[in-house]
Design a protein around this ligand. Structure first.
Ligand SMILES: CC(C)=CCC/C(C)=C/CC/C(C)=C/CC/C(C)=C/[C@@H]1[C@@H](COP(=O)(O)OP(=O)(O)O)[C@]1(C)CC/C=C(\C)CC/C=C(\C)CCC=C(C)C
Ligand SMILES: Nc1ncnc2c1ncn2[C@@H]1O[C@H](COP(=O)(O)OP(=O)(O)OP(=O)(O)O)[C@@H](O)[C@H]1O
Ligand SMILES: [Mn+2]
Length: 309
């Protein structure tokens, strides 16, 4: 599937219809992330279509630096992508995938800033392949994942019941919790992909943490698994779980119809951490993933959390 941004279309070219564009976005979400796709299938039609459009925009942005043609990506490529973003927000789609995004913007008052911030996160991937401290890594995680939380929360909406202050002009938005879930997911993704990223010369784990556990960059590049590595991974997992716990507090503020999908997406992605531990933290030779049956078994407890707790 061609996800790369295209040159501005000529006026004569005919773009996909809105429904055809959303169908493409649905197919791509289902192909690249079974976890999030499962979450969107629990949403209303208008919300799930908007999330598919946002997913594809995010996937295209990520693939500029992480995808098959990443070697050709430069700062200018990201400048062009940012210009295409401005065009989408001005209601001028440039290709078939943009059409769904333009339609989503007509249904939901999305702010352009989180989209710009995600592009800034991809610029970090162009410029640096090491992170000295967790604070450095946290900025990266905000930009590539916390932003997704902000985008998604606008689509899912906030429960009007929560407007406890009659004089309050706007509903309380669980911004910090939404960002926390994005960061938790990104930290999980980083732990799952340590081997894959190392083979591309990238180490996202903060170097201050490697030093704390006396585990060197060379050990990581060589995939050394010993008690130092296992202790380092347990430390990383505990930190990710802290962000998941922070996110949980915000789900009850969301619209009632969004709580089951978000609890599901949270539990499904967090389950990857269990699989990493079950694999004895061998993220160098094994890609931790949650089999479909185990994913489905998360749905009833997610519904219980959404409805009762
Ligand atoms: C159910 C739901 C609302 C899902 C949101 C789906 C969505 C729009 C996801 C976009 C993901 C994406 C492609 C981002 C681009 C950068 C990137 C790759 C980020 C990492 C994602 C990994 O995706 P995937 O597993 O497909 O990648 P692989 O190729 O398999 O490695 C990230 C880990 C970021 C994911 C971050 C989120 C989904 C944000 C979640 C936060 C919310 C839904 C906010 C909920 C609100 C409150 C109040 C808690
Ligand atoms: N980027 C990838 N590289 C290698 N294998 C992958 C990749 N993505 C998915 N797979 C494989 O697809 C199957 C499903 O894994 P998984 O549930 O992680 O898929 P997914 O669609 O990437 O979901 P998510 O990204 O939400 O975790 C597994 O066999 C997994 O190894
Ligand atoms: Mn995936």
């Amino acid at each position: 599937m061609l996800l790369q941004p295209t040159t501005p279309v000529s006026p004569a070219s005919v773009l996909a219809s809105v429904d055809a564009s959303y169908e493409r976005c649905r197919q791509i979400t289902a192909k690249y992330s079974k976890t999030f796709y499962m979450g969107t299938m629990l949403m209303s039609e208008v919300k799930r279509r908007a999330i598919w459009a946002i997913y594809v925009w995010c996937r295209r942005t990520d693939e500029l630096v992480d995808g098959p043609s990443a070697e050709f990506t430069t700062e200018a490529t990201l400048d062009d992508w940012e210009a295409q973003l401005e065009s989408v927000f001005a209601g001028r789609p440039r290709d078939d995938y943009d059409v769904a995004m333009v339609d989503a913007l007509e249904h939901f008052a999305l702010d352009i800033q989180p989209f710009r911030d995600m592009i800034a996160g991809q610029r970090m991937d162009l410029q640096c392949s090491r992170y000295e401290t967790f604070e450095d890594l946290k900025l990266y995680c905000y930009r590539v994942a916390g932003t997704v939380g902000l985008m998604s929360t606008v689509v899912m909406g906030v429960d009007p019941e929560y407007n406890t202050a009659p004089w309050a002009s706007a509903l309380p938005c669980p911004t910090e919790e939404a960002i926390a879930l994005g960061i938790a997911n990104q930290l999980t993704n980083i732990l799952r992909d340590v081997g894959e990223d190392a083979r591309r010369g990238r180490i996202y784990l903060p170097l201050e943490d490697l030093e704390l556990f006396k585990y060197s960059e060379e050990d990581l590049i060589n995939g050394v698994i010993d008690e130092r590595w296992q202790a380092l991974m347990r430390f990383q997992i505990q930190r990710a779980l802290k962000f998941y716990r922070q996110a949980e507090g915000g789900i009850s503020v969301l619209s009632p119809d969004a709580r089951w999908p978000v609890w599901s997406a949270l539990m499904l992605y967090r389950k990857i951490l269990d699989v990493i531990a079950e694999n004895q933290y061998d993220v160098f030779n094994r890609r931790a993933f949650v089999p479909t049956v185990r994913k489905l078994l998360c749905l009833p407890p997610a519904l219980l959390r959404a409805r009762v707790l």
